[in-house]
Structure formats: C-alpha cells, structure tokens
Design a protein around this ligand. Structure first.
Ligand SMILES: NC(=O)c1ccc[n+]([C@@H]2O[C@H](COP(=O)([O-])OP(=O)(O)OC[C@H]3O[C@@H](n4cnc5c(N)ncnc54)[C@H](O)[C@@H]3O)[C@@H](O)[C@H]2O)c1
Length: 388
C-alpha cells in the first residue's frame, strides 16, 4: 500500500485526478504520509477537502514537506514508514533531468530504492532540447537498470478498453500497421493558466499535451525515424490564429513566445509505415475533439473521443460497413492506477503499458515536431523579409 503520494490536485480543466483513483483502488488501506509541495497553502487547501470527505483516514497523518529529502529524514527518524509507492505529478520542468533542479527521479532512486514510482506525462520539459531529451533518455536507462520496483508513466490513453481492443485486432489478425493519423483539437476556453500559453515555460502544446496522441501513435506504429519528422505550425501572429474566447490575458506573453494555434506533422516509422498528427487550439466549450486512425491491410481502426465517451470504429475485410463499439464509462485513469497497484501487489491486472524509456522517446518526438515547425516558421517569415 502506498504510504506516501505526491498528490496532484489539478485545475478545473479535466477528468484527471490521481488521488481519487488510488483512493478507489486501495480503499481504507491507503495511507498518505506526505505531500511534497512547494506551495504549501495549495496542499493544505486540498488536504482540508480530503479530511472532510469519506477518505479522511488516508490523510489523517499527512504532512506537507518541501522536498523528498525531508521525507527521507522523517522515515530515518522513524516518524514515517518506508513508502511503497510514490506518485509524481509535479510540472515536468522540475523533473526528468540530471541537473540539481530537475533530477527528481535520480533522487527518488537513491532515497527510496524500494518504492514503486508513478509519474505523470510528459517525463520532462526543458531546454536546450538536445540536453533535455538526452537526459530524459538517460534517466530512463538509469531507472531501468537501477530501480528494482516498477516505474510507470501516465500515458493514460494506452489503458483505454478501445485501445486494447485495437491492439487485440492487430495481434489476432497478424496485421502490420501501414499508417496512423492522429488528431488532438483542444477546447481552449477553460485553459486559463498563462504558463500553458507561453512556450518558454511549458514548451508548447505539442510537448505538453499532444504528447498523449503522439505517444498513442507510437504505441501502434512503433519507433519513429526521428530525422524524418517534418511539421508546420499556424503561429499566433497569423490571421487564422486569432482566438476570440480566451479567458486569460495573452498580452503579457511576448509575441515570439505565444504558442502555435495549429501544428501539423508527419513522419516515417522505423518499419516504413507513415504517421501524421494535427494539434489545434480551435474549439470553444469544454470537450476536446480527439481521434486516432490506424490503417492496416483491409482494416481501418478508429479510436474516437478518448477523453470523453471513448469508442472504437472498425472496418474489416468482407464489408464496407463500419462497426461502432462504444465503451461508455471507461475510465483509463482508474485502469492505469489499478495496473500500477496490481503490479506492486501481484494483483490480477499487473501489466504496465508505458515505461520511462518509452515515454522519453515520445518526448523526443514532440520536440522534433516543435523544432521542425519552428524551422518552417523561420523560413516562411524570412521569405517575407521578417524574423520570428
Ligand atoms: N494524464 C493526464 O491526462 C494529465 C492531465 C493534466 C495534467 N497532467 C500532468 O500532470 C502534471 C501536473 O500538471 P498540473 O497541471 O497539475 O500542474 P501544476 O502546475 O498545477 O503543478 C502541480 C503541483 O506541483 C507543485 N510543484 C511545482 N513545482 C514543485 C516542486 N519542485 N516540488 C514539489 N511540488 C511542486 C505545484 O505547486 C502544484 O501544486 C504534468 O506533468 C501534466 O502534464 C496529466
């Protein structure tokens, strides 16, 4: 049972909430010994709500600490037990590296070698990109080699029933994926954090958000020949990029740091198959428009609305009709947490679908997309005699 989780309490934006899922999986066995938080009032506020709810016992003795080192001290002093699991949901800028400010995984491996670790996606964000991607890959190798308990990364879409059904169809019919086509279109009214709209801080929406669909494309297409990635972006300063429903003040972000409104990318997989991806910040309201199409000889498999009401659309040899398999109520956040805990405890669903090293490759892909699109923006502006 986890004795400690670094809990993510989240914004009003979406359905993710790790603590709710771990509470559901462990019930009264959950004991959260500490929340590591640099903004203690935020953790206090969240803990207050937890302590007024039916899960209050799990948070009875939770302390708020500034660092994982402080938690180690409490364990050494006998004030807390060794944790069995650690949940990491800090912003990726403060982890996934080898420098003092972002070497969290290295510290966790040293301080808590017996704790299973769950980390939110993406595994890192940072600059310069060569260093950040290189270090994330090294962290993955280090964890693989040195960290005995499981390490799981929250690429939650891999845990959808519809995604697993797609995998099953591919396996059972011995199919080879020819092409993937991914779409992640955001409803932006509730995206109110200014940092998210500043690519200097969160590194932009492909790295921070489309990472989900890029990862899923890799889950089906396999490794990508990274040199073949090519992308174009509709930048914030272009007329088609004007947005009318923003609920934050973008004027505080310098023009060149504003995030692109749409990014379209394509690549070769190592297998020779091809992939494309569109990310756009275009819709009003709440729900995102997300889809992944996977093609193989005779087959079209479409994952629709993965964060809403997920469904699988299948066309097979022998008929031009599309079968629709809705999976209402599927909660992949719960499934990924169930798998994580089952892996620790030898439960019925122990498969971990995203390793750190694999996740670091997805991070590499998203940087390659951003770099290529920025290069094309520079070239296009230069043609008009302007600079980015
Ligand atoms: N799987 C999903 O669908 C999904 C959805 C949303 C967010 N996420 C991921 O969750 C992570 C957190 O996102 P968020 O929007 O909740 O972030 P956030 O900016 O709200 O930060 C989460 C908490 O971490 C704290 N924090 C910041 N630096 C810290 C440090 N050095 N040590 C300890 N605490 C620190 C912040 O004060 C905050 O309370 C990101 O990796 C994000 O991509 C995943």
């Amino acid at each position: 049972m986890p004795r400690w989780s670094q809990a993510m309490f989240g914004t009003p934006e979406g359905p993710w909430n790790l603590t709710r899922r771990i509470e559901a999986k462990l019930g009264p066995r959950l004991k959260v010994d500490a929340v590591i938080e640099v903004n203690p009032p935020r953790a206090e506020e969240a803990l207050k709500i937890k302590r007024e709810s039916f899960v209050k016992d799990a948070y009875k003795d939770t302390v708020i600490l500034p660092s994982v080192g402080e938690f180690r001290k409490r364990v050494d002093e006998g004030k807390a037990k060794e944790p069995r699991a650690i949940l990491v949901a800090t912003p990726p800028i403060v982890r996934g590296g080898l420098q003092e400010h972002n070497n969290l995984e290295v510290q966790l491996n040293k301080l808590f070698p017996n704790a299973a670790i769950f980390l939110e996606k993406p595994v890192a964000t940072g600059t310069p990109f060569e260093q950040s991607v290189g270090e994330a890959i090294k962290v993955g190798q280090l964890l693989e080699k040195e960290h005995k308990p499981p390490v799981s990364v929250g690429y939650v879409l891999r845990y959808l029933k519809a995604v697993q059904e797609m995998k099953k169809i591919i396996k059972e019919n011995n199919l080879t994926v020819m092409a993937t086509n991914a779409r992640f279109v955001v409803a932006y009214e509730l995206a109110i954090k200014t940092e998210w709209w500043n690519k200097d801080i969160m590194q932009g929406p492909v790295i921070e958000q489309a990472t989900h669909i890029c990862d899923l494309a890799r889950y089906f297409g396999g490794d990508i020949d990274i040199d073949t990635v090519c992308a174009h972006a509709l930048e914030a300063h272009e007329k088609p990029g004007v947005l009318s429903k923003k609920n934050f003040d973008e004027s505080v972000i310098p023009d060149d740091l504003r995030i692109p409104r749409a990014t379209s990318a394509s690549w070769y997989y190592e297998s020779g198959a091809v992939g494309t991806m569109l990310h756009a910040i275009a819709l009003h309201g709440v729900d995102y428009a997300i889809e992944l199409e996977v093609y193989a000889d005779g087959y079209q498999l479409i994952l629709a609305d993965p964060f809403g009401t997920p469904a699988l659309h299948v066309r097979r040899p022998g008929s031009d009709q599309i079968e629709v398999h809705p999976t209402p109520g599927d909660d992949p956040y719960q499934t990924e947490m169930n798998h994580f805990i089952d892996h620790i405890e030898g439960g019925p669903e122990p498969e971990l679908l995203s390793t750190y090293e694999d996740a670091a490759r997805t991070y590499e892909l998203t940087w390659a997309i951003r770099n290529s699109s920025e290069e094309w923006t520079r070239r296009t502006l230069a043609k008009k005699g302007k600079s980015a």
